[in-house]
Design a protein around this ligand. Sequence first.
Ligand code: NI
Length: 227
Amino acid sequence: MLLHIPQVLAGEALARAQALLARATWADGRATAGAQAAAVKNNQQIAAGSAELPELQSIVLAALERHPVFFSAALPKRVLPPLFNRYGGSANAYGAHVDQAIRYHPDGQQRVRTDVSCTLFLADPADYDGGELVIQDTFGSPRIKLPAGDLVLYPATSVHRVEPVTRGFRLASFFWIESLVRGDEQRRLLHEMDMALMRLRTRHGESDEAVALTGTYHNLLRLWADT
Ligand code: NI
């Protein structure tokens, strides 16, 4: 499932994140890539230990926590701390790669399976050319370039790339989620059912049928979730 979630960050929180990004120190992005990805990765990231990183991470995590559509689609068990990247100048692209299946949490205590990948766009698309996130899927390769504050969520299993940025700078946050539900197909079914139930209640209010279907949703989640 590939899902565009608009305005995960907006207003003051977005402006604050952009101000922090403007004064952050950037380092070679290859530091966090596995061997295959490092060979095609040419961008910059905010280095671990950078002064701006903790506040940026808490801005993004707070936005995710209050977002019901994100929760419904990702069913997060663990969210790796968001990272931040910049494409532009001579460090401006990331060739086709797959994300590592297992990543170490920076606390050093736990391994996290990457089921879901997210990119949160943080620069105005008018400020840069190129920089589309291209996700190869069985039904095509969508080219994704979103307004600042919008997020795209996609299965971490997919081959993807970032096209060269030929003007300006593309800024984004990216992170992975270990989901309560390992399979993309099951997550998609649960999300579709959850959203349909929300619309059903908006249109008709509470009903015996809505309650019964909510029970089915939870029983499927119970069947498929690992807590
Ligand atoms: Ni990637």
